[in-house]
Design a protein around this ligand. Sequence first.
Ligand code: ASP
Length: 337
Amino acid sequence: MNGKHIGLIYTGGTVGMTMTAQGYAPMQDFAGALAQLLASTGETLPRYTLHAYPVPIDSANATPEDWRAIGGDIAARYNDYDGFVVLHGTDTMAYTAAALSFMLQGLRKPVIVTGSQIPLGAARSDAPQNLITALQLAASGRINEVAVYFNQRLLRGNRTTKLSTESLGAFDSPNYPRLAEVGIHARFNEAALLPRAASERFELPAYGRHVVLPIRFVPGMPVAAVRALLDLKPHAVVLQCYGAGSAPDRDPALMEMLARANEAGVVLAACSQSPHGQVAIGTYAAGAGMTAAGVVGARDMTFEAIVAKLHHLLATGLPPESVREALLRELSGELTA
Ligand code: ASP
């Protein structure tokens, strides 16, 4: 297909698994199964070269170091290919895609992350459609960003979230339009795509030295639970608030604790437990205390993008004050200005 050459990076996930007595586990000969599948498609596919990781993982085990390894591999081979497809497990695909978008800023070729809900070799697998379409999209010359392709939808990687454990359409981007809908033809949403950058601005600092933790408020949660978490001395905490950005404030101990953590250099970010819409702490009195405590409302970023962005910003060596500021500065289309 139009002479394009795609780098295909296989990291693991259901796509490359097979049923064993212990449940799904990586299949023996993924390269063979893949070659067999793609051989039958003829001219409609671009040429690809497979880079299979020696130990494919369930993405539940992926760490920021794994994100960094994938980003580093793409950067190292950037000039060898016209685009990349990353095969990845669905469970933490959204985190990896977001992290890649922060490492690979200013992309001038596509990085398409995909996988499947049903293994490649199984009956009714969604892997062939996802993989073949991802390869075609990677060769389309239309995309200059990290995107997730899954079940007829092309989504911005750092806007993507896994919404279903069952549906083959597992992903969507609740706060951003889909980049393309792929039926018989691919219909691109030109206005939603990132423009081709003038030049790449890759940032590949060492990941994995920082601790970013979530605190999800639930009714009846003891304040001591928050204290125990803050006692672990995380570098950053994502507060998963209610609705527009409320948190329980009847016991003043919580806001005092947050203010102290903030002063001690912990970066505190707030998002909503609702996937659609912006977080705006201070809309309700219950939550206003967070602003005073130094919490940064992370606007309409997904939880996954906030976690990945905090890891990225901390890895670049910025001090906490600068991380708080940079969190609200757009890097790769992850938030609405
Ligand atoms: N547990 C698998 C993974 O994320 C799920 C999947 O790929 O669909 O690796």
